[in-house]
Write a protein that binds this ligand. Sequence first.
Ligand SMILES: *[C@@H]1O[C@H](CO)[C@@H](O)[C@H](O)[C@H]1NC(C)=O
Ligand SMILES: *[C@@H]1O[C@H](CO)[C@@H](O)[C@H](O)[C@H]1NC(C)=O
Length: 348
Amino acid sequence: LVVRVSATDLDAGMNGKVAYSLFQGGEVSQPFVIDKTTGEIRLSKELDFEVTSFYNIEIAATDGGGFSGKCSVLVKVVDVNDNAPALMVRKLTVPIPENSPETLVAVFSVSDPDSGDNGRMVCSIPNELPFLLRPTFEDYYTVVTEGALDRESRAEYNITISVSDMGSPRLTTQHTITVQVSDVNDNAPAFTQSSYALSVRENNSPALLIGTIRATDSDSGPNAHITYSLLPPNDQQLALTSLISINADNGQLFALRALDYEALKTFEFRVAATDQGSPALSSQVLVRVLVLDDNDNAPFVLYPLQNASAPCTELLPRAAEPGYLVTKVVAVDRDSGQNAWLSFQLLK
Ligand SMILES: *[C@@H]1O[C@H](CO)[C@@H](O)[C@H](O)[C@H]1NC(C)=O
Ligand SMILES: *[C@@H]1O[C@H](CO)[C@@H](O)[C@H](O)[C@H]1NC(C)=O
């Protein structure tokens, strides 16, 4: 029931009996009906403030004799908070590169067809994320990065934008945008050890695997794709490339030929690990190879001489006592350690 109208007629009988009717103009039919005897105006369907906020109802009261009077009822529709805010993303720039200063991520607009506080909106994004929400003009907002992002610590963010109106009850709309952070080649390969010490027994078989050098790169894609290479040794005398080779893909080191402890006891060189970023980054590590001795040299008698044409002759005095020093055998062994300890005995 919107309102009850009433009219009077001074005549008697049929001439004084009033019937009420709505006077529908040219405009689309109004959502009202009138009881022709009581004059009660009731709603015939729900009203929608967002479609029509104001009606002018024209009413006619007609008596049995054909006379009629008119009046108007003005109806104002009161807004109810029946529309949640709407959010529209206008522009989304993803992925965004890491290490960039403040970068525009998204532009969006908000709207709410309700009126007054029911249509007044506040917007927010979570505080803990490194993004800022900036109002631009009217109902437009931008989301920008707070500063440089680091893909290696976090490569993806879900930012939930909340828009609430101030109506009662408050209606809230949420929209989540996913922001990927793209990689920049900002990490050089890192070796798993600060230096490598490898050992190989001499007289090894050629192409023997003597160890593996490993490096990792926390970037992604080509920026993390590592190739290994030998660097020219500081020692110009060392023919490194004829001694050692490295597998560029996996860092495996091979001794190319049999090593000889007696000729080369130890040597060192540097390995570079280079990623495929642009520009590429690279790191170096020192590798020291220790050749282990094998007992591959027989003792060599220096004295008495082995190649003398005549057998060695020692002269003894006739009166030599027991214990007299006859001669001293001198021998050497080119091996090292226990492999070079000598013991002497007379053969039977
Ligand atoms: C972001 O949301 C998507 C979809 O719900 C989910 O698969 C992904 O794991 C989320 N990412 C993060 C970093 O929370
Ligand atoms: C015998 O060998 C020694 C040591 O190898 C060498 O110095 C010397 O000239 C050789 N003598 C003869 C006669 O071959």
